[in-house]
Write a protein that binds this ligand. Structure first.
Ligand SMILES: [Zn+2]
Length: 430
């Protein structure tokens, strides 16, 4: 699948989001990064034409390499320079690309974070890698939010274990690097936009001693503001019921870091390989559900919520808006949309969510957190155990990819056909 838009929709509504370039770019640095982006687009086009390995493509990669070397020399931060140098070397051959991916994931750049080379896309779209490039600058204030969650993670998991009366364990998770995106090209700039990449796994490197999720904070905020927030009327909420503009990043990144760490919460009996052999898509949906639910419970852990100054009811509402945003991208097209469906369906079964009429939904915020704890218990019994029978029964009951085709998976709402479109000052302005 080579299309620019995925999944198929009758129409696509685009919301323009400006990606502003950082002020520190010197003219030489700016020119080199600006030079890379159209080349990355051109290489992606050659891939579409079946010419990804052509001489022309190789020559374009050589040009990118020169730009990266020039750009690197303009940077003052050692790790950022090292990052660009590794990317440049990785363009020479596949082996180098693979070994460098792991080193790149261990860096803590303070000036510029980048990627140029093959990158994964949406799982339902294709499992192949396609040429992509992106550049961003570290977002220190939201990195600090994520670091708070990391700091209290172990304690929060043991408190959660005690509350649920389930012995939870943690396996090594991955680091988080939060950046503001300012330049992007190739597959990564097709639609819909990703706001996070798991590196180096998304570079096609499955086993790596170092892993980090690179999060595009500005993209994530734009997704919330342009898509999630617009759904508040469905619940009769207004701006004062939700985190204010300056607080949104804290709530979103806090929860999303909780989600990411939620992926590393298991029990003694967990065996995802077994579940994956049984139903690969279903296993991915279930793993997203585990991460979502534990992520939600973690972020409302007393110490984390207090440190980040989070209001429980506002967190619940923001979370529900995010669940709907995920769901309305297509319940069976994305594992995280499937996960959103499972949670919303269970909340409906337990009368925490009620559809009044099409487009009007009530949420019982008083009972919401205890219902999420109940979902966690259910997931522990059906997903975090090596029992294919109960896993299969759970999926048959709740996963949208196994639902009847005539079933309403959208709770009376419409599918969302809005996507973000990047206006990049780096490439648009001379
Ligand atoms: Zn996830």
């Amino acid at each position: 699948m080579n299309s620019i838009f995925w999944p198929y929709r009758k129409q696509h509504k685009l919301r323009a989001v400006e990606l502003a370039e950082p002020r520190f770019l010197t003219p030489t640095l700016r020119a080199s990064l600006k030079g890379i982006l159209p080349l990355a687009n051109a290489i992606r086009d050659l891939e579409r034409a079946g010419e990804g390995d052509s001489e022309l493509s190789r020559r374009m990669k050589a040009l990118i390499r020169n730009h990266l070397t020039t750009a690197s020399a303009e940077l003052t931060d050692k790790a950022s320079r090292q990052g660009l140098d590794l990317i440049a070397k990785g363009l020479i051959n596949d082996d180098q690309y693979k070994s460098n991916g792991s080193i790149l994931a261990s860096l803590d750049e303070q000036e510029l974070v980048g990627h140029v080379g093959p990158l994964g896309t949406w799982l339902g779209k294709s499992r192949k890698l396609f040429f992509s490039a992106f550049f961003g600058t570290p977002n220190n204030s939201l990195q600090a939010v994520s670091d708070v969650v990391d700091k209290h993670f172990k304690g929060a998991v043991s408190r959660l274990s005690a509350n649920l009366d389930i012995e939870l364990k943690t396996i090594p998770g991955c680091a988080y690097k939060i950046i503001d995106l300012f330049g992007i090209a190739g597959e990564a700039d097709t639609f819909p936009k990703h706001f996070a990449y798991l590196m180096p796994e998304d570079q096609g490197i499955k086993y790596s001693p170092n892993k980090r999720t690179v999060v595009f904070a500005n993209t994530y905020l734009a997704l919330y503001q342009h898509i999630a927030d617009e759904q508040k009327d469905i619940f009769g909420w207004t701006d004062i019921d939700l985190p204010c503009r300056s607080e949104i990043g804290r709530y979103l990144i806090g929860w999303f870091r909780g989600h990411d760490l939620g992926h590393s919460i298991v029990t003694e009996a967990t065996d995802y390989r077994l579940l994956s052999r049984h139903d690969r898509w279903g296993s991915m949906v279930a793993q997203e559900a585990v991460a979502d639910v534990f992520g939600f419970l973690l972020i409302l852990d007393a110490e984390i919520a207090e440190c980040l100054g989070l209001d429980t009811t506002k967190m619940i509402r923001l979370y529900v808006l995010e669940l709907l945003r995920y769901l309305r991208r297509g319940p069976a097209d994305f594992p995280d949309a499937g996960s959103a469906y499972i949670q919303l369906r269970l909340l409906e079964e337990w009368d925490v969510l009620s559809v009044n009429s099409p487009g009007s939904i009530d949420i019982d915020c008083e009972r919401f957190v205890s219902a999420m704890a109940r979902i966690a218990e259910l997931l522990v019994k059906t997903v975090l155990v090596n029992d294919v029978g109960s896993f299969d029964a759970f999926l048959r009951n709740y996963s949208p990819h196994l639902a009847d085709t005539d079933q309403d998976l959208l709770f009376g709402l419409e599918i969302c056909d809005t996507s973000l479109f990047y206006e990049q000052t780096l490439t648009e302005k001379t």
